[in-house]
Design a protein around this ligand. Sequence first.
Ligand code: F6R
Length: 368
Amino acid sequence: EKGGWSSFMAKEISEEPEAVANTILGRVVDGQVVLPELEGLDEMLAGIDRVIVIACGTASYSGLVGKYAIEKWARVPVEVELSHEFRYREPVLNERTLVVSISQSGETMDTLMAVKYAIANGARTLSICNTQGATIARESDAVVYTHAGPEVAVASTKAFVAQITALYLFGLHLSRVRGTLDPEVAAHQLAELQSIPAKIEQVLGNGAEITQLAKWMSDSRAVLFLGRHVGYPIALEGALKLKELAYIHAEGFAAGELKHGPIALIEPGQPVFVIVPSPRDPNSLHAKVVSNIQEIRARGARILAIAEEGDVAVLPFADEVIRIPLAAPLFEPLLTVIPLQLFAMELATAKGLDVDQPRNLAKSVTVE
Ligand code: F6R
C-alpha cells in the first residue's frame, strides 16, 4: 500500500501536488470559483457579519492561514479558535455568524461537539472535511470537501495543504457573493493558486538537502520556528510536526513577538527556522524579518532560512537557505510548509522513530 515509499508519511507528502490540484479540480470555471455545494446559500453568505473557524491541531493552523485570505478578499472578520475552547466559553453566536469547522477525519469529537454547540446556538455551519460522509460533514449546513485522498499517517500533511486550498476557494467564493473583490483580481488569484501544484513538485525535488540537514540536527534539544503574516501559522505547524514526530521540544513564534519575550531563549547554537516573506511583499515584512534574523544571529542562533529563490538579502546571515519558487504571497504557505514536514519526518527517521505512528497519538481523536 505504501507503493514503494518508506512510510505512509513519505508517500502522502509526495502526493501533496495532487492534493492541492484535486481540491481545485472542477471548481474553477472561466476564471471563477464554482462551488455547487454552496448553491442556494448566497443570501446567507452575503448576510453573515462574522466567521469563526473551529478546528484542532494542524487543521486549526490551516484555519489561521485561511483567515489572512478570507479577511483580505471577503472583508468579513474571521476568528480562529480551538474547538475545545470555543465550546466551553459561551461564545456570542447568531444567525449572522458562520462557523466553519475544519477536520480531515470529520470525526474529531472536540470539533463535532463544537459544531453541535454552534447549531444549537443559532449559527450557520460549514464543514471543510476530507472524509466523505463523516459525522461533522453530515451535521453541518454545507460541506466543501478537500480531495487529498485517504490520509493514513497519523501526522497530517497532504490534508493540511488541501484544507488551505479549500479555504482559499471558499474565500474567493465568499468575496464574489459579497462583491468585495474585483473579478479580475479574483481570476488572477485563482490562476496563481492553480500554479501551486507544479511549484510544490519543485520544492519536493530539494528533499535530499533536507535529509542532510535533518541528519546533522538529530541531537538538537529544542528547535524554534519564526514566521510572520501567513508564515506565522506555518511556524506553528513546523513546530507541531517536530514535536509529534521527533519528540523534540519545538515552539513556533510570530517573528514580531521576538522582542516581547522569546528572544531570551536564544543562546549560541540554538537552531531557528525562519520563514522569510517574499521581498516582493507589499507590506515590506521581508525587511523586518531579515532584521529579526540579524538580531538572533548576533546572539549566536543557527539560522535555517526558508526563502524565495533569488532572495539574496538572507545570504549573509543564514547558515542554510532552503529555496522555494516564487508565488503570490498569500499562497506561500503551500510551499513553505513542505520543507518543514520533510524535516520533521527525516529527523524522526534519523532518530529511528516510527514516523507513521508516533507514540501516544491516534489518527482520529474520537474522545473529548
Ligand atoms: C497533527 C495532526 C492533528 C490533527 C488534529 C485534527 O499532525 O494530525 O493535530 O490535525 O487532531 O484532526 P482532524 O483534522 O481529523 O479533525
